[in-house]
Design a protein around this ligand. Structure first.
Ligand SMILES: Nc1ncnc2c1ncn2[C@@H]1O[C@H](COP(=O)(O)OP(=O)(O)O)[C@@H](O)[C@H]1O
Ligand SMILES: CC(C)(COP(=O)(O)O)[C@@H](O)C(=O)O
Length: 296
């Protein structure tokens, strides 16, 4: 038995580099975002068995809508030298499908847990690459795994899996709180399948600007512009964004969900939280996780 944790993650803006790379290690996105101290803890139980099989549950309930997790388990079972029965328990502290990187966190925490439980002897980077591969194969994410692997408020300056892509962290020194209002889900798969052309170009320009300013406020302003371009700041997110703006607090929409987020200095977190009450949904106030995914 082994257990691992991966933080959730919010992307503010991103870009999918055009290129000739077809290998999964080189696929991904550049962009900027931050990891949060709420995420997914996964426990993997492994038993030697006459036949290979597995089951996956989320918060105690057996689940079939877990493509990414299935992909990771099957990859480890292929690597194993004998048949096993694997029981996976995801303990999910973030809503699924709201742009908080749940699929990446499920894949990454599961890959770390299975590496330990099966004594697969992969390095942390290799185990994280399996999680990245799962996200790419299932079309549930591009840069989420490398971001959750690194933790912190990050700029992903080179696309790719952990060990291949590059991440530069901006130190927030615990002065900031993330205030996040989850209103409705958006399927990352459908967005990535249908909206690719709308996405490209802008994210790279924003990343260059952020590399120079390293400013949270500029990150939030540019994230808002990015989300606006995709039409995500309309609908359910419009009024909560306006309520924060009335207090002088910049915010945006987490990619991809109908989820309003901001980063505020600790002293303003109560104000931000109060402004977001009354819109329904699930309100989270959390810290930025600066450590990244880990075995527990
Ligand atoms: N263990 C898991 N927990 C949550 N979602 C999972 C898990 N494994 C696979 N998934 C898949 O990932 C999808 C959510 O991915 P995505 O739309 O990227 O959401 P998020 O923005 O939360 O990452 C789910 O619909 C499900 O098919
Ligand atoms: C924005 C997204 C493509 C998806 O993120 P999520 O919906 O949270 O899985 C992310 O992986 C990224 O590349 O920045």
């Amino acid at each position: 038995m082994a257990k691992a944790f991966s933080p959730g993650h919010i992307t503010g803006f991103f870009e999918i580099p055009y290129g000739s790379y077809s290998h999964f290690l080189h696929k991904g996105s550049k962009g900027a975002g931050f990891s949060i101290d709420r995420g997914i803890s996964t426990t993997a139980y492994v038993y030697e068995s006459a036949t290979t099989d597995y089951q996956i549950s989320i918060n105690g309930v057996r689940s079939s809508n877990v493509d990414v997790s299935k992909w990771v388990v099957e990859e480890y079972l292929k690597l194993a030298d004998r048949p096993y029965f694997v029981n996976v328990e995801h303990d999910i502290g973030i809503p699924v499908g709201f742009g908080l990187g749940s699929s990446g966190a499920a894949a990454l925490s599961l890959s770390y847990a299975l590496n330990e439980a099966l004594d697969a002897s992969l390095s942390r980077t290799q185990a994280a690459q399996i999680a990245h591969h799962a996200e790419i194969a299932c079309k549930t994410g591009l840069g989420t795994v490398i971001a959750e692997f690194a933790g912190g408020f990050e700029m992903r300056t080179g696309a790719g899996a952990p060990g291949v892509g590059s991440v530069v962290k901006i130190d927030l020194e615990n002065y900031y709180k993330a205030v996040v209002l989850c209103l409705a889900p958006i399927s990352t798969k459908s967005f990535l399948t249908n909206m690719m052309d709308e996405i490209n170009g802008l994210g790279g320009v924003m990343l260059s600007k952020l590399s120079k300013s390293r400013s949270v406020d500029e990150f939030l302003r540019m994230s808002h512009e990015f989300a606006e371009t995709l039409g995500l700041t309309e609908g359910k997110c419009k009024e909560p964004i306006a309520a924060l703006k009335a207090l002088g607090i910049e915010s945006s929409v987490a990619l991809f969900g109908q989820t309003v987020f901001t980063l505020v200095p600790q002293t303003r977190s109560k104000q931000a939280r109060d402004a977001l009450k009354g819109f329904g949904g699930t309100l989270l106030v959390c810290n930025v996780d600066s450590n990244g995914a880990r075995v527990l």
